[in-house]
Design a protein around this ligand. Structure first.
Ligand SMILES: [Zn+2]
Ligand SMILES: [Zn+2]
Length: 261
């Protein structure tokens, strides 16, 4: 018969072992919930989305990333009201050497909520991009598609692109149809991650491995798949090129999420 203090010790050892097993089981369960992307109010926002430095908030339920932005550029523009710290006059030529001609709109906050898939996959049926926001750039300004109106080319709009190659639509809705020049010249370089389309796939700049990306390097949706700095396992991604359709081609490669204003 063991002395009573030894029996107590055995009891404590048993309890401690049981506690460790229970704690291990709990932590396994927690990590598997997080990595499987199930609905979980405390799922962590993946690092890559923190590159959207213009966001006022970014959150996730594990299935969708919710990105809130005010939609205004962090660079100088002739479209800011005179007196705004970011107002700067602009003249001469803009995108593709086009003579600049200011449109009558200006820049105002829009407060968008973008909700994009956290784990984007190819859609079996591709959807055309709508007019209006089709994605969000890292400074919070929306991307628009290659049309000025239903199936109308951008030709008549390019002249009104400002020093950042963006412009405001009626309603003072600022946006980019082409390369966001401040982001590629100042913030992340010509090969950097520039944002995401509504289907959750990332958008990269017009240069890759030191060479300009052309439309011939891309598929009908204006993307292709390979390893990138942010996605070492490889991912489908769009590239912005200097020729029409610029950002997206025949529609979303994946299934688009939503945007509300
Ligand atoms: Zn436009
Ligand atoms: Zn690429």
């Amino acid at each position: 018969m063991l002395p009573s203090f030894e029996k107590n010790n055995m009891y404590h050892i048993f309890i401690s072992a049981a506690t460790i097993i229970l704690l291990s089981a709990a932590s396994c369960k927690k990590s598997s919930t997080t990595s499987s992307g199930n609905n979980s109010s405390n799922a962590a926002v993946p690092e890559v989305y923190k590159k959207i430095y213009g966001a006022t908030s970014i959150s996730t339920d594990g299935n969708f990333i919710t990105i809130k932005v005010d939609g205004v550029p962090d660079h100088k523009s002739i479209y800011y009201p005179v007196g705004n710290a970011l107002y700067e006059n602009f003249s001469g030529t803009t995108f593709k050497g086009t003579a600049f001609s200011k449109n009558p709109n200006s820049i105002a906050s829009q407060y968008y909520t973008f909700k994009i898939p956290a784990n984007p996959t190819e859609a079996s049926t591709k959807q055309a991009t709508p007019l209006g926001p089709i994605g969000v750039s890292i400074n919070g300004v929306p991307f628009f598609n290659q049309y000025a109106g239903p199936n109308q080319p951008l030709t008549g709009e390019i002249m009104s692109f400002d020093q950042g190659w963006g412009h405001p639509a009626p309603g003072n809705i600022y946006h980019y149809h082409v390369e966001p020049l401040y982001l590629t010249n100042v913030k992340v370089g010509k090969s950097g991650l520039l944002g995401f389309l509504l289907d959750g796939f990332p958008v990269y700049g017009p240069v890759e491995n030191g060479n300009p990306v052309t439309n011939a390097n891309l598929d009908a949706y204006h993307g292709h798949k390979h390893v990138t700095t942010e996605y070492p396992g490889g991912i489908y991604h769009y590239h912005i090129t200097d020729a029409d359709p610029y950002i997206n081609g025949n529609g979303f490669f994946g299934t688009p999420g939503t945007v509300s204003r």
